[in-house]
Design a protein around this ligand. Structure first.
Ligand SMILES: Cc1ncc(COP(=O)(O)O)c(C=O)c1O
Length: 413
């Protein structure tokens, strides 16, 4: 294979059909941002929109803004914008609450309304909050269920007649490995087992077809690939045909059919609004809407094509430039099995990542030894990947990463 150089990367940037999208973000000068899988960058339109929401709508409009500025519609409005990105119908998504709470409300309702099986199947390496939420739920339900954790490749075999519920994160937060969503969904459907997909590392990053794949329930973050801002609300998806049978257990007033009638008895909404709980976080949702607008006029396949090209380039350059420096690529090389990040393991991963961040190449670190690089096609350039790997190569050749300040542990890594 011929050697890749910076000129090759620059020429790919010239041919990039998503080149114009970079201008939708406020990116600080001198930073190559490889952490959009943790916190998306600031959309250029967000400061003005959030400021309008605070000053004009809250400040001047006061409570009338629930009607006049249509604050009340924000959870569904954000859902409408997300729908085409995940292959859903607009009336199947609502924003609000965190992913953790959204998982609880779906899992609790599904377990409460089913008497089948006793096992809750998940992945050993699932994001910890998903596991913690399921463990708490098992305690709440009196220990009638067991949590079965299987390694990624063993998940399908773990789903059997004893299974009450399956909870899986589509793309693993550490390795970037991706489950075969359609196949697992079909297995659960044919056995009548409810399945919740956590799409935190998929929505906005890999093509999804929730309608086509028969997905019934899903949740996902707003603050990662969807660029909704720090602590942005998560989304909950319930397939139209599954909504009538879905019986909420977090029966807050915003899930009521007529919240502003203040009726003494509970009567759930018949639409996706039944997945809401309490008053929507208006300011955060305003930022969320601007994040979703950064995907305007961009189709999922164009994003995927560039995402795979970026990760192929990243891995090829690790092979070409860093082969003697002890890095191991843990992200699957096969395009069908990976999301939109590349993860490397190195015994000195923490200090190397701190060095890269100090040099303006912002990725992140996960214990033990994992360097994560999020590849976000809307604003990353091929030349950025070259520059990041070149910085790593220099660091490894000179030992520049090996200084006490790069070893100091920060609270958030
Ligand atoms: C796969 C996955 N699920 C859930 C969460 C937690 O989301 P939240 O903080 O919105 O509860 C994260 C956060 O990084 C995640 O990566």
């Amino acid at each position: 294979m011929s050697t890749i150089d910076r000129a090759h990367c620059e020429s790919r940037d010239l041919d990039d059909p998503l080149r114009h999208c970079r201008d939708r973000f406020s990116l600080p000068n001198g930073i190559v941002y490889l952490d959009g899988n943790s916190l998306g960058p600031l959309p250029k339109t967000a400061p003005e929109a959030v400021s309008r929401c605070v000053s004009a709508e809250w400040g001047d409009g006061l409570i009338s803004s629930w009607n006049d500025a249509r604050w009340i519609d924000l959870p569904a409005r954000a859902g409408n914008l997300l729908a085409p990105l995940i292959g859903a119908r607009p009336d199947e998504i609502v924003f609000g609450d965190s992913t953790s709470v959204s998982l609880f409300k779906l899992a609790a309702a599904l377990l409460a309304s089913s008497s089948r099986g006793k096992n809750i199947v998940s992945e050993t390496g699932n994001f910890p909050t998903d596991i913690y939420i399921l463990e708490g739920l098992i305690r709440l339900l009196g220990g009638r269920h067991d949590l079965v954790r299987a390694d990624m490749g063993d998940v399908e075999a773990a789903i059997d007649d004893e299974t009450a519920l399956v909870v899986l994160t589509h793309v693993n937060y550490r390795s970037g490995a991706m489950h075969p969503m359609a196949r697992i969904t079909e297995k659960c459907r044919s056995m009548g087992i409810p399945l919740i997909w956590d799409l935190c590392h998929s929505a906005g990053a890999v093509p999804l077809d929730l309608q086509g794949d028969g997905i019934e329930y899903a949740i996902g973050c707003g603050y990662k690939y969807l660029n909704g801002g720090p602590g942005a609300p998560a989304f909950t998806y319930i397939r139209t045909s599954s909504q009538p049978a879905f019986d909420p257990v977090l029966t807050g007033w915003f899930s009521h059919a007529r919240p502003f009638k203040f009726e003494p008895d509970y009567d759930p909404h018949q639409s996706i609004a039944k997945a809401q709980v309490g008053t929507p976080p208006v300011i955060a949702l305003t930022g969320m809407v601007e994040g979703l607008k950064t995907f305007d006029d961009v189709d999922q396949n164009t994003i995927r094509t560039k995402s795979l090209a970026l990760s192929d380039l990243f891995m090829a350059l690790v092979d070409q430039e860093l082969s003697e420096h002890g890095f191991e690529i843990v992200t699957p090389r096969n395009a069908d099995n990976r999301g939109s990040q590349v993860s490397l393991v190195h015994t000195q991963g923490y200090a190397i990542m701190q060095y890269l961040i100090a040099k303006g190449f912002v990725g992140d670190y996960r214990e033990p030894g994992l360097l994560r690089f999020g590849l976000t096609p809307l604003y990353l350039r091929f030349a950025d990947i070259w520059d990041c790997i070149a910085c790593m190569r220099d660091a490894m050749e000179t030992g520049a990463w090996d200084r006490p300040e790069f070893g100091e542990r920060k609270t958030v890594t």
